[in-house]
Write a protein that binds this ligand. Structure first.
Ligand code: IMP
Length: 433
């Protein structure tokens, strides 16, 4: 059964978009199962840069693209994305949107901003796209779903009920202006007209695709350490980011998933607040930021940069059941003479561990224990075959494999689609599933 999950193995921004784009060419259906406009994929195809937030990158190679029930959708952002793709000659006819996905409403954006403002120094550093409040309302059962867009009367009624409560919050808790029902209901009816044709029973659609022997790729947004249950809480997003979320967020059984490809950068980045053991102090921080172009797709914020953390990656292998790894942006490390790689954490009690600490305080106060690997100090441009990789680069990859006990099946050496190496050949990796 050809179902593969692609999951970020760090704190997001691992370069999943490029890997999904690559494997999507050999797939029939590509599904998003979590998150919303807080996710951002940047994909470069033939010199054209595409920045996608809601729509899986499979759209760029004409695949059926599903936005599952576990996602949250900001209709204004999604429509802009659809229009932009169409204007650039890319058909969006094959985008299907689950009726069970939740809508990000203007009050969610206002509450996200207000809450971060109030938290001050203790803020999470969210993308301010209303994600937390939308998932909170989903759990609180006050959410508005995509299927509510199908009936103007129901839509208006639900907005009215939610607003009655949200306006009290906005005014009393955050000192913000209340939101008017009239203009809002009209605006959302406009969005509804544009999105209605895309709404579908996507759980059934994916089930049928799998039954028909089609290749289905699940495109996980964000990264493992941002998972609501297993990530570095409270500095996490509000959805399940781990591979198991693919089953829940699309509405298929966990037994339908065959393979999980974890995507990790050859170093680590993090956006927003929260502990980050291998964060670099000193000039290499800015150097890595510059060389890797580490600025967020969604918010444009600078990403914090750190050395590769194998303790975090080992945890990601465990949580996701990763069957092989894609190691991206190896080329960015080309100009460093020496590369520290974190192999263990030193805990506050003086002991060392290879396993990710289960207790938040241990993680917040741990120190990285590095093994220093020699760099290669030559560009990886023009390398078309694994055998042409400098010895240092090959050793770096082998070190990751031996420490984690997982094969690195894809190695990213540049932003373009074709800049990927694979021990077995990219075609083989792609057609294995
Ligand atoms: P939220 O998802 O906007 O609520 O943000 C919660 C945390 O997750 C913040 O630290 C964000 O910077 C982080 N985050 C959310 N989505 C992404 C992503 O796609 N890449 C990296 N960080 C993310």
């Amino acid at each position: 059964m050809p179902a593969t999950v692609i999951v970020g193995a760090q704190w997001g921004d691992e370069g999943k978009g490029k890997i999904v784009d690559l494997l999507a060419q050999h797939s029939d259906v590509v599904c998003r199962y979590n998150g919303g406009p807080n996710a951002g994929h940047t994909i470069v195809v033939d010199g054209e840069t595409y920045k996608l937030k809601h729509i899986p990158s499979g759209i760029l190679c004409g695949k059926e693209c599903v936005i599952g029930a576990g996602c949250v959708v900001d209709p204004a952002v999604m429509i802009e994305e659809l229009d932009d793709l169409e204007a650039r000659g890319i058909s969006t006819e094959l985008v299907r949107l689950s009726g069970n996905a939740h809508l990000v409403m203007p009050w969610h954006l206002a509450i996200d901003r207000g809450s971060e403002r109030r938290l001050g120094r203790l803020k999470i550093g969210t993308t301010r796209r209303g994600i937390g409040p939308t998932y909170a309302d989903k759990a609180y059962r006050l959410g508005i779903r995509v299927q509510d867009l199908l009936d103007p009367k129901i839509l208006r009624q639900k907005i009215e009920v939610a607003l009655a409560e949200k306006n009290v919050w906005l005014e009393r808790v955050y000192g913000s202006e209340p939101i008017e029902l009239e203009g809002l209901a009209e605006r959302y009816e406009g969005y509804a007209q544009r999105l209605r044709p895309l709404i579908d029973d996507t759980s059934l659609l994916v089930d049928r695709a799998l039954r028909d022997g089609k290749r289905v790729l699940f495109d996980g947004a964000h990264g493992t350490l941002l998972d609501l249950d297993h990530g570095t809480y409270p500095f996490v997003t509000s959805s399940p980011t781990v591979a198991g979320g693919a089953a829940i967020g699309t509405g298929i059984g966990p037994t339908r998933i065959d393979r999980v490809i974890g995507v990790a950068k050859a170093y680590v980045t993090r956006v927003g607040e929260g502990p980050f053991p291998t964060e670099i102090e000193g000039p290499d921080q800015a150097r890595l930021q510059e060389l890797g172009g580490e600025f967020g797709t969604v918010t444009g914020r600078q990403r914090r940069c750190g050395w590769l953390d194998l303790v975090g990656l080992r945890y990601a292998v465990r949580l996701n059941g990763i069957t092989s790894l894609a190691l991206t942006k190896l080329d960015v490390l080309s100009s460093f003479a020496e590369l520290p790689v974190c192999v263990r954490y030193l805990l506050p009690d003086g002991s060392e561990t290879e396993e990710f600490p289960a207790h938040q305080s241990d993680f917040h106060h741990c120190r990285p224990v590095y093994e220093k690997l020699p760099g290669w100090e030559e560009p990886l441009d023009g390398i078309e075959d694994l055998s042409q990789l400098p010895v240092g680069a090959r050793r770096y990859v082998e070190f990751v494999e031996s420490q984690l006990g997982v094969e690195v099946s894809l190695i990213g050496t540049g932003a373009e689609r074709q800049r990927v190496l694979s021990p077995r050949g990219v075609e083989a990796v792609a057609s294995l599933y």
